[in-house]
Write a protein that binds this ligand. Sequence first.
Ligand code: PHE
Length: 509
Amino acid sequence: MTSNKGLPSVPLHPIERTLLLYLSNVETKGKWADLNSVVAGSRLSVDQVRRAVQWMKSKELIELQEEDAVFYTLGLEGKTAAVEGLPERKLVKLLEASGGSLTLGALSEKMGSEFSIAFGTAKKNGWIELYGRDAQLNRSKIREKEEEELLLEKLNEKEKLASPEISQREKEVLSRLISRHRGLVNEIIEKNVRLKISSQGLEASKSVNKDEIDEITPEVILNGSWRNQPLRALDVTSAAPAYFGGRKHPIRMFIDEVKEVFVSLGFEEVEGPMVQSALWNFDALYIPQQHSTREMQDTFYLSNVRADLSVYDKEINSVKASHENGAGTGSLGWQYKWSKEEARRTVLRTHTTAVTIKYLSDNKPTEARVFCVGKVFRNEKPNYKNNPEFHQIEGVTVGPGLNVRNLIYIITRFYSKLGFEKIKFWPTYFPYTEPSLQTMAYYEKKKRWIELGGMGVFRPEVTIPLGVKNPVLAWGLGLDRLVMMRYDLNDIRDLFGANLGWLRTASVI
Ligand code: PHE
């Protein structure tokens, strides 16, 4: 076994160790030191010192003092003014050069954009007087250097003046310069950090072992030093910044779970586009062309986009016959004139049944178990429980002799695998199924029943024209409410927003 002797009571990172030893040094011990001197003395980088200071502060190994340090520096225009003089001084020089007087027009022309500020200040100082249109120097009022100019020169020389180096009088002049014109003098406020070792730090510094092995490298293993030198302890309880890697959206995670369940029940996944022709979204499902669900207020139609249905001539003829006269299924159909143009309209699919019915038509299986999970769209006003886009869990099973009891069994198994044990069914109506059922599940945690969706046995008017001979059990269930339950959300819109805080931290309950 390795020897654990000599482990410090406080686990220290190498940079903490260096800093602690530096601060416990005879010269620095017990004295306040600013960050720069610590950086210079400890030979760590500024970033390393900053990091170590954070850690050591939380371990109470050091004491910290933070105060604002105020500095003044020259701005761009201040630098020019320090060399060339302030605008009012330039104006004085110009007047001097032309014998002490000039017309305002001439002055303004010579001074350009600085004229008005130079003139204003010179006038206020009493340096010039106006006689008609002439400006004249008032030499008695002009000193060789004004306080502002002296200070600008001082700043230019020293580059930076810290608050303690400035007299009260100078402070007033500085604030005048700052408020006079932007870019002359900058006031910079820096956080000044001073630190010293605490008594706990001093104590800890005594048990610092410089021979500690920080990293298990191949050398450390090969030369056997790991056997007798102590290894650095890691403080696994110390605070670390939260790290948010990429993660799937809660809806995606739940969809994956649903897919797992269906696959475990022997189902295969099918997919289809979100934009569908009315043929697959409505007509193939024996939904009459005047049916209210097709109306604009429920369905998002794509304007000016018509589907090219020429490859489906055969299907179209049978669907048309089914709607108009029952196509020999023993039914009379809906008894109206079916329009191909109406079937060519395109929609954002209003249910995923469009995908499974197309699968049946394309494959005409005698036996099948397929499912589809995807987005659907309905023209609804968004509120806490409805959103114009949501998700459905769709599926069909095809096989000889299948009936509604098999359907109830499959749906019960499915929900039980997702954790919903108590569910109930009751009759309802869909144009494409007979019998039709609706279902609800009991959510134990909330002691509430929630609506899950619809299902039934496809009518012969749907399946026979598409060439499917055996009974088809079909369902289309809501997904989003289940996700809301899982995440304890009360508003469906939260699922579709970009609330990063929630997306990063949401955990499955
Ligand atoms: N399509 C129906 C809906 O969107 C659900 C359903 C699917 C009903 C299949 C019966 C059969 O609500």
